[in-house]
Design a binder for this molecule. Structure first.
Ligand code: DC
Length: 453
């Protein structure tokens, strides 16, 4: 792996998906610190049980928590100085943990400790909310899943090895109850971060899981590392952006929302709705990074204009049907760690109408494994619709949504994966249009407030 600031890597998922083993092996392979967040909650549950404090939110619990110290070191967990790594593995502790993790005071005690541990980088955090709440800005996020049956069998083998044989249906029932508890609680529920890489571990050994995780990390970080800052900043683009922004503000009262959703470095695919010729320059003006654009090859045939377009980061593509060269061009841009803007719908449509994406968009998202940032442009189809000779003043807002990530799933039907990716990216753009749950600010603000005193 190239020498750069060590990453923050998060691994979330339901109980028994193989997170703990995968996280431990991954941390060993990378030489990173392991932060098993579930174990921190388990240690608090153990202390609550030992002290006989009722497992309900209130002053008694808060007072108890205030005097506890939880330390994670070398994969072990210490409660008030005592190594509790083994005693916290019991079923009884697991049950109480599931209850107390629904309390705000418990999460407010542990979440800041986890953030502190992640601060310097070089950590693998493992749990339920590490990629969504604890470190939403983590560089690489994984979400591990497995069938209920596979998870129950694993838990059974684990318990048997520890000398507690338990019937499979009892474990299945417990796991189901914990899944429901983890997924439905109001605070930091278990859910997949939209920009996480999902991996079904049902039929994989732990070594295979780690190999897959390492391959994804290398692919992602490798792509980002190829970036050489000196060659990346296009001076003409920087200079030309100034009058474009000024004009866009004066004529279209251009407003930009959710700019922070564009990762500051590394490969990014921006996917936008398209209803006007104004879309590329206005998205370029609104974005916080220099973008690469794809434009139809005919535009490059005008000598001066073509040269200028190229110097302003436009790359020619053919428009007649599938263009394999366009896909190669796009892949190369992303491999260089740049930000590429595409319009998955192809040609321009009407203001406010979102049309299905062409297959190539989903394919590019899956094959590149890049972060995909949905973009909704509002108003450009009123300011300069198709068929009009000149633009007219109208307000335009460009909204960047939380990044999505589509990873190629081995063995799955490829065409279907591309179609799903195409559909999901358009759905994300539609959510930005409708201002629904996936709003622009969400990624960067924790779904609940940490009220630590
Ligand atoms: O991963 P585990 O089995 O050690 O987790 C124990 C419990 O803690 C489980 O009920 C889920 C909960 N947990 C959580 O709420 N948030 C985390 N970040 C990690 C675990």
């Amino acid at each position: 792996m190239p020498r750069r600031k060590p990453a923050v890597i998060t691994i979330d998922g339901p109980a028994g998906a193989g997170k703990s083993t995968a996280a431990r092996l991954l941390a060993e392979r990378l030489g990173y610190t392991l932060v098993p967040t579930g174990a921190m909650y388990r240690a608090l549950a153990l202390s609550v049980m030992r002290a006989g404090v009722p497992a309900r939110e209130g002053p008694e619990l808060r007072d108890h928590l205030a005097h506890r110290s939880i330390v994670v070191a070398a994969g072990h967990v210490y409660l008030d100085g005592e190594d509790v790594t083994d005693p916290i593995r019991s079923r009884e502790v697991a049950r109480v943990t599931s209850d107390i993790t629904t309390f705000a005071s418990v999460r407010a005690k542990v979440t800041p400790l986890q953030r502190q541990l992640a601060k310097a980088g070089g950590v693998v955090l493992e749990g339920r909310d590490t990629g969504t709440v604890v470190c939403p800005e983590a560089e690489v996020k994984f979400f591990l899943t497995a069938s209920l049956d596979a998870r129950a069998r694993r838990r059974q083998a684990e318990l048997a090895a520890a000398g507690t044989p338990v019937p499979l249906d009892a474990i299945t029932t417990e796991l189901r109850a914990r899944d429901t508890q983890d997924e439905t609680r109001a605070l930091a529920p278990l859910r997949r971060a939209p920009d996480s890489i999902e991996l079904d571990t049902s039929d994989l050994t732990s070594d295979q899981v780690v190999e897959r995780l390492l391959a994804s990390i290398n692919r992602y970080r490798g792509g980002a590392a190829k970036r050489t800052p000196a060659t990346r900043v296009n001076r003409l683009y920087t200079v030309m952006r100034i009058p474009v922004v000024a004009l866009a503000r004066a004529m279209f009262r251009l407003e930009s929302q959710g700019r922070d959703n564009i990762p500051a470095t590394g490969p990014v695919l921006l996917v936008a709705n398209h209803s006007s010729l104004l879309d590329p320059p206005l998205i370029g003006a609104a974005a916080r990074r220099q973008l690469i654009f794809l434009a139809k090859v005919e535009l490059f045939q005008f000598p001066l204009f073509g040269g200028l377009m190229r110097r302003l980061n436009a790359r020619p593509v053919r428009r007649d049907g599938a263009d394999p060269a366009a896909l190669r061009t796009a892949m190369r841009v992303l491999e260089e760690g740049r930000a590429l803007l595409i319009f998955p719908e192809g040609t321009r449509g009407d203001e406010g109408v979102i049309r299905p994406a062409k297959a190539g968009a989903g394919m590019l998202a899956v094959l590149s494994g890049a972060s995909v940032v949905p973009v909704y442009v509002r108003g450009s189809g009123r300011a300069w619709p198709r068929g009009r000779t000149f633009p007219r003043p109208a307000k335009v807002t460009v909204t960047f949504g939380p990044a999505l990530r589509f990873e190629a799933e081995h063995g799955a039907d490829r065409k279907q994966q591309y179609e799903v990716a195409s559909r999901e990216m358009m759905a994300a753009i539609a959510r930005l249009r409708d201002g629904s749950a996936d709003g622009a600010e969400k990624r960067w603000s924790a779904p609940y407030a940490v009220r630590s005193k």
